[in-house]
Design a protein around this ligand. Structure first.
Ligand code: MLC
Ligand code: AMP
Length: 468
């Protein structure tokens, strides 16, 4: 069973937990979860795919669990989604309706709405859908074009959680705390679904502030590097985490000074792990293994990795030679929805995913992510954002003649999204324009109006010159 802790027979036999999930001021026991999510399942059974506006709320938790019980695939829609991105996700996925909350202006979409009733209960017993059935379609940005729907099977999700549980000695005794969004792998698949599979208590803090993390008194904490940077910036909050068992960082590179700061203030060397929406998490340091600052660990159970050099051949695992990282994993996605061309580009004929990351591997199998192949894929606050997607939106504004979007180094966000614009629009107007069309987290933090963009002899923008 994918959500093993929501086994109705076990819950009926007494395996309850009064505060299995705490989120947005609501506590749900395991029997609340089984009863209310099964009631959701009954109301959506037979749907081909639904959209869930994934705000951090009990409604979202029950909507997701209900879909997984019923075997109905869902699309988690970013809580801060804008109009154009939302339209694309709904059209491309063919979502039949909104489950749970709906956007304030949802009349634009014309889709039916099925509310989640937190106090409704059903004790119907559903059979477990087959492992190769789709669990969800998660949208993620590429270097160009609109976000692509990553099709994730139930098997991939279950395999990833189990492999991470083994690596981190994650058990039902843990209390897992995070404040990450519930529309990406980190917060949703690992944090929420991981907890519902393993059977540990789950606490969502709302915004992932250092104070909220300190107050939650968990044993296992998840964060993106920006969260850990902010924790280290508040030593009192950081010191409160010393009673935890394990701090985990992922979704972007954890700066070494932040790693060292966590060791100093909490007494814990963080575990780092690496992955992507397409492959799920594939590499991690282990609870009982070496945790080396700047390195993301060893392949998880069943995962193979290799480095490919300029000539297409494999490069040695000597800790120094850089290559393009490819992974083969039981947690692999089933392709991009409606995009066989993009799927074929992302995969090698022998089943490895081309991560787009550049890495070294040492003789012991330890991985260090050195950077990305393309400057057009930005990681800001742990969010993956395509430069092309933002450029297309900005070019749709009448005050923009030319634009180049880049990620510049940022102590807090890792990379900060900056748009260089030739035109006569007001910077703040353009920032708000992107937030309205895409998602608030994809908005440039800065717009610089320039006379011209740096171009090479071919007329192509030289983004590297803009990135310092
Ligand atoms: C300001 N705001 C605006 C705005 N200007 N909102 C809309 N339009 C504008 N023009 C407001 C916001 O509403 C918000 O208000 C406030 O600014 C701050 O929002 P923010 O700037 O977006 O948040 P910030 O503090 O920068 O967020 C940092 C963060 C966030 C770490 C909390 O980046 C985050 O949650 N990152 C996690 C990303 C993640 O989970 N990635 C995993 C991908 S999966 P208010 O009122 O709300 O404060 C993956 C696989 C793997 O990568 O390996 O895990
Ligand atoms: P996403 O699809 O949002 O999961 O983004 C995947 C990308 O995040 C990867 O291809 C990497 O570029 C980056 N990433 C994830 N985890 C790490 C990590 N621990 N260190 C460095 N980069 C990471």
């Amino acid at each position: 069973m994918l959500l093993a802790s929501l086994n109705p027979a076990a819950v009926a036999a007494g395996a309850d937990l009064s505060d299995a999930v705490r989120i947005d001021g609501t506590s749900l026991s395991r029997s609340d979860l089984v009863g209310a999510a099964t009631s959701v399942a009954e109301r959506i059974g037979g749907a081909s795919l639904v959209a869930i506006l994934a705000k951090p709320s009990a409604t979202t938790v029950l909507a997701v669990a209900g879909c997984l019980i019923a075997g109905v695939p869902f699309v988690p829609v970013p809580a801060d989604v804008g109009a154009a991105e939302r339209r694309h996700m709904l059209t491309d996925s063919g979502a039949q309706g909104w489950l749970g909350e709906r956007p304030a202006d949802d009349d634009l979409d014309g889709l039916p709405h099925v509310p989640v009733r937190i106090h409704a209960r059903s004790w119907h017993r559903y059979g477990e859908p087959p492992p190769d059935a789709t669990a969800m379609v998660m949208y993620t940005s590429g270097t160009t074009g609109l976000p692509k729907g990553v099709v994730l099977s139930r098997r991939a999700v279950a395999a990833d959680i189990d492999a991470l549980a083994a690596a981190w000695q994650w058990t039902a005794e843990d209390t897992l705390v995070h404040g990450l969004p519930l529309f990406h792998v980190h917060g949703l698949v690992l944090g929420l679904l991981g907890s519902l599979r393993i059977g540990n208590r789950f606490v969502h803090t709302g915004r992932p502030s250092p104070a909220a993390y300190a107050e939650a008194a968990g044993s296992l904490y998840f964060g993106v590097p920006t969260v850990w940077t902010r924790v280290v910036g508040e030593p009192d909050a950081a010191r409160a985490l010393s009673s935890a068992r394990l701090l985990v960082s992922g979704s972007a590179a954890l700066p070494v000074p932040v790693f060292d700061g966590l060791v100093r203030l909490t007494g814990h060397a963080p575990v780092e792990r690496y992955g992507a929406t397409e492959s799920l998490i594939t590499v991690s340091t282990r609870f009982d293994g070496e945790r080396r600052p700047g390195w993301v660990g060893l392949p998880l159970d069943g995962v193979s990795t290799r480095l490919v050099g300029e000539d297409g051949g494999e490069v040695p695992h000597d800790g120094e030679t850089i290559g393009r990282l490819e992974v083969r994993t039981p947690t692999m996605f089933d392709g991009y929805l409606n995009r066989p061309d993009a799927t074929a580009d992302a995969m090698t004929p022998d089943g490895f995913y081309r991560t787009g990351d550049v890495s070294v591997i040492d003789a012991g199998g330890m991985h260090r992510i050195v950077g990305r192949e393309s400057v057009d894929l930005i990681k800001s606050g742990g969010y993956r954002v395509g430069a092309g997607e933002i450029e297309t939106v900005l070019l749709g504004h009448q005050g923009v003649a030319e634009v180049a979007v880049v990620g510049v180094p940022d102590d807090d966000l890792g990379q900060r999204i900056v748009a260089f614009v030739v035109g006569d629009a007001e910077p703040q107007v353009l920032i708000d324009f992107v937030a309205d069309q895409l998602s608030a987290h994809k908005r440039p933090r800065e717009v610089r109006i320039v006379d011209a963009l740096p171009r090479n002899a071919m007329g192509k923008v030289v983004k590297k010159e803009l990135m310092t």
